[in-house]
Design a binder for this molecule. Sequence first.
Ligand SMILES: Cc1cc2nc3c(=O)[nH]c(=O)nc-3n(C[C@H](O)[C@H](O)[C@H](O)COP(=O)(O)OP(=O)(O)OC[C@H]3O[C@@H](n4cnc5c(N)ncnc54)[C@H](O)[C@@H]3O)c2cc1C
Length: 401
Amino acid sequence: MSEIRSALVIGGGIAGPVAATALLKAGIDARVYEAYPGPSYGIGSGLALAPNGVAALDLIGAGDPVRRIAQPVSKMILSVGGHHHHLPALRGEPPLQMVDRAALHQTLHDHAVAAGVPVEFEKRLVGVDEHTDGVTARFADGSTATADVLIGADGIRSTVRGLIDPNAPGPQFTGMLGFGATVECDAGIPSDTMVFAFGKRAYYLYGAAADGRVFWGANLPHKQYLTLTEARAIPAEHWLSILRDTYAEDTPGGALARSTTAEQLEVTGGLHIMPPVQHWYRGRMVLVGDAVHSPSNSSGQGASLAIESAVQLARCLRDLPEPAAAFAAYERLRRERVEGIAARAAKINHSKTPGPVGRKMMNLLMPLMVKTVMNPEKTMGSEQRYRIDWDAPVQSELVSA
Ligand SMILES: Cc1cc2nc3c(=O)[nH]c(=O)nc-3n(C[C@H](O)[C@H](O)[C@H](O)COP(=O)(O)OP(=O)(O)OC[C@H]3O[C@@H](n4cnc5c(N)ncnc54)[C@H](O)[C@@H]3O)c2cc1C
């Protein structure tokens, strides 16, 4: 039985509201503090939730609200040099759920509030004071809040990560910039299909949006790292001309880029991957979601892993007597899985940014790659079939872990 009664959750993105709702279900009072003025501060247009992520949402009752705003994607195609390879689905698993990122933030926020989680906006964490029996968060507006534990769900540029360990690594640049848009364009695909396309010069993906338009996302190889703010400071017209040039020889990449207007273009900035983080927790502070394990957009698992970790952390705080034991159990349940998925994504990132020699090699290696991807059990089985047994005491799982 836990002696932990209260938690401060820093960050109201995806992991934050899920962690707080799961903590409440576990009998721990949780309060969310978000730096921005509202719940739907989006970076990027769409996001695909994997079956494992949606199953974890079901445990806190958020699965159905998310399914209601999502579009199921049951068919996937790998397009290499214009040749389409239909990827077999993972047998027995539900489809991916494609959601608008802002709508997902809003839905998870609404669900947390309805469950009884207080959420405060414009609360940017700037520091902490640690006591033997609690932790106090200090916010930029001069206010403070105190609880038994503090959970850093504050994303890839986490402040809490640096408070736990000033020498913690920061995110690494994958060598690509992200862009997205939903446009009017005939891409010739049915509504429940997503295409992952290795174009002649760059990778992109696209699928049919619920309103009949087509959403697409570009991963543009770029030597220079640009933050979101830096990338957005450059006029969208400039990016559009680069995207139109890069995808000119691809079908339908060229048409998608030409159909996109400056107003429609979502600029995401440098795409990141988190290297392994040595210290997941210290004292009464712990990390969850992108703050500790961002496997990059290439994994298609970032949000799903953030949700899983949030639920597992709540279980550990429910079942173990004090923070150190709960945090150690949480890390033990999560580290291997999230680092394995990040390693797979890092390989994909390499194939998305080949040099001139690599590009030639890639054409030769692609048939092999297609063959590997064609075995969904091998590539996605352990990722997507993962389920959390909420009712089982964590101690029983640790024995078998
Ligand atoms: C282009 C792109 C495409 C992606 N596609 C997918 C996909 O298809 N599928 C998938 O599963 N994942 C995808 N991801 C990854 C996914 O977006 C992340 O893994 C997910 O958002 C992580 O959730 P989080 O809650 O940990 O962090 P975030 O969603 O980043 O939320 C962190 C929150 O903390 C707040 N915050 C930060 N600092 C402070 C502070 N000091 N004080 C208070 N609040 C603070 C932020 O404002 C933010 O609201 C993609 C990512 C990108 C960039």
